[in-house]
Design a protein around this ligand. Structure first.
Ligand code: C5P
Length: 236
């Protein structure tokens, strides 16, 4: 494999095929609570890569620009080089997780509108929530970039909520990362059960990383179920 440029908690970034690309490999390592909880989850890398690739291809077909250039093998992809905007964009359709905890709202409570949140990408600081004027004041992103990321995130939410509902899955909330590539803002990172909350539409069973965070067991099985249903609706 080529030279490692960066090793993250769940992915490794290598030099790409040329100066405009990177190679990303999805790892089996799972972390939570800012790296305090860490385990190897069998097949996680392969499952997340396949789920994310299917979703990125679906989004591209529906007008969203992503970093994905091509799939290399079952855990490895070639992506467009981008300068990551150092904020995580979180979209919420139902109350859950940190939102429920922070605002004292039971998980599953419907929200009168889609919530868009930003948090600073910083392991050192524990990814604190940050608002628009703080982001522009610190020159982390411009007002135009924030608007573009919010609009893209809402469009992605509409596309994916509809797709998952066909698969009998509620897209409760998720996290996106964007990057600057030339003059464009493109979708980077991944969309997988590591970065989304997926609930079975009938039973409300959790099919995502909360199985790992909350020691619910059968983590791999949850991820496999998401992939199986996604393939069914996408028709691959
Ligand atoms: O923890 P919280 O409820 O704020 O997470 C909201 C959503 O963002 C969840 O789907 C979670 O998996 C995702 N997330 C993430 N990476 C983070 C923080 C949150 O993928 N660093």
């Amino acid at each position: 494999m080529d030279r490692i440029l960066y090793e993250g908690k769940s992915k490794i970034i290598y030099e790409g095929e040329d100066e405009n690309s990177y190679i990303i490999r999805f790892k089996d390592t799972a972390t939570a609570f800012n790296g305090v909880k860490k385990e190897e989850i069998p097949e996680k890398g392969r499952l997340n890569a396949e789920i994310s690739n299917l979703l990125y291809e679906y989004l591209e077909e529906n007008g969203i620009k992503t970093h994905l250039i091509k799939v290399i093998d079952e855990t490895t992809i070639l992506v467009r080089k981008a300068e990551i905007v150092m904020v995580e964009v979180i979209i919420r359709n139902l109350a859950a997780g940190s939102f429920s905890k922070k605002y004292g709202v039971p998980e599953g409570t419907p929200l009168a509108n889609t919530v868009v949140e930003f948090s600073l990408k910083s392991d050192e600081l524990g990814d604190p929530m940050i608002n628009d004027s703080q982001i522009t004041a610190l020159k982390i992103a411009t007002a135009e970039e924030l608007k573009e990321m919010s609009e893209q995130a809402k469009k992605i939410n509409e596309l994916l909520s509809g797709l998952f509902l066909k698969a009998g899955i509620i897209l409760v909330d998720f996290k996106l990362e964007f990057g600057r590539a030339g003059k464009e803002i493109i979708l980077c990172d991944e969309i997988s059960p590591d970065s989304c909350r997926f609930w079975d539409a009938n039973t409300k069973e959790k099919l995502d990383k909360d199985r790992f965070r909350r020691d619910l067991g059968n983590v791999t099985e949850g991820y496999k179920e998401v992939l199986r249903r996604l393939k069914d609706v996408i028709g691959v």
